[in-house]
Design a binder for this molecule. Structure first.
Ligand code: UDP
Length: 332
């Protein structure tokens, strides 16, 4: 099928493009390249540079191509930054997605897989987190994703657009081929920061908070390998093509957590570098423990992880970082 991947030049989107190509699909990437990298778009995917905030630019894609389904990764995704610039988060994540959905409706394209987030839950009531738990985001980022989930519900009801919203926990790791991986600027995520320190890009790392009520005092997160995450997108895409497919929402994680200090320990072992660690104050807005219940995705989507080990996640990321110390488009 012909799949439109919005945000296909970004970290997660580029892995989706790789998987779709491997499965023989034809792929159009729509990306503003504000955060995405041209080098992340593997051939023969076709890149259209454009911005979802422009109805005309996204509308043209549907006029020029016969799209069967959409995977939508394009968004701003930093919790802290969203608190500083909520207007930009609403405009890009919510208005941008509305422009996409309007263009889909006008073109009669009725299937979308949407990247949502564990941030829709805010501070969880119970661990592991099931999809029925209350959604009370603690940031404009989480709010913007929840607003889109709600928009999807009403666009389904009125216009028949079927969606699967996937609430990601902590995505990490890289394609085993080593050609694409996580490359943000600035980088705020723990695993690439730890690996950057192992490469000598920084002096060491800071762990935000050692006084949480967890096994070792540092925060606990459910890290999911980007390859497994993308497998779930392909399963979702296929499910949307089944007769009588209904819209759905699923958590994507493994149902277990690692503390920040455990991540550093594992990274030290894999990189064989003695990464310097400094304990620092808590980062505002960080819940202490986020662990998914992936049961619904396992049961209904057939989610079946293949890379479910911290070793697999960190070593694949390490392979990418070692070979791309200055990122995807940096000079070696
Ligand atoms: N973290 C940290 N030092 C860093 C970056 C992140 O201690 O330099 C912590 C962060 O406070 C959180 C965990 O690592 O407890 C995961 O953060 P990340 O930003 O990777 O993902 P998030 O859980 O915010 O989506």
């Amino acid at each position: 099928m012909e799949v439109l991947v919005c945000g296909g030049a970004g970290y997660i989107g580029s892995h989706a493009v790789a998987a779709l190509l491997e499965q023989g699909h034809s792929v159009i990437v729509f990306d503003s390249l504000e955060k995405g990298k041209r080098a992340a778009v593997l051939p023969p995917a076709q890149l259209v540079v454009g911005d979802l905030r422009s109805p005309a630019e996204i509308g043209k894609v549907f006029a020029d191509h016969k799209i069967d389904a959409v995977l939508h990764f394009a968004a701003y995704s930093l919790v802290g930054q969203s608190v500083e610039t909520p207007a930009e988060y609403y405009r890009n994540n919510v208005t941008g997605t509305q422009n996409l959905l309007d263009a889909m409706r006008d073109a009669g394209v009725l299937r979308i897989v949407f990247s949502s987030t564990a941030a829709v839950y805010g501070e969880p009531e119970h661990i592991p987190i099931t999809e029925e738990q209350k959604t009370e985001p603690t940031s404009p980022y989480g709010e913007s994703k929840l607003a889109v989930e709600k928009m999807l519900k009403w666009y389904d009801r009125a216009y028949g657009i079927k969606y699967i919203a996937l609430r990601y926990f902590n995505v990490a790791g890289a394609h085993p081929g080593g050609k694409i991986g996580e490359d943000h600027n600035p980088e705020t995520h723990l695993i690439p920061i730890v690996l950057g320190a192992a490469l000598g890009k920084t002096d060491g790392i800071k762990i935000f908070g050692g006084d949480y009520d967890t096994k070792d005092g540092s925060c606990v997160r459910d890290y999911i390998h980007v390859m497994d995450l993308i497998d779930a997108h392909i399963l979702a895409l296929n499910k949307l093509h089944e007769a009588g497919a209904a819209s759905q929402t699923y958590n994507l994680g493994y149902g277990r957590g690692f503390s920040n200090l455990e991540i550093v320990q594992a990274a030290k072992k894999i990189t064989e570098v003695d990464i310097k660690v400094e304990m620092a104050p808590r980062r505002p807005g960080d819940p202490s423990v986020l662990i998914a219940s992936p049961e619904k995705a396992i049961r209904e989507l057939g989610f079946s992880p293949r890379y479910d080990s911290l070793e697999a996640i960190i070593s694949s990321a390490w392979k990418f970082h070692k070979t791309h110390p200055n990122g995807l488009e940096g000079n070696p």
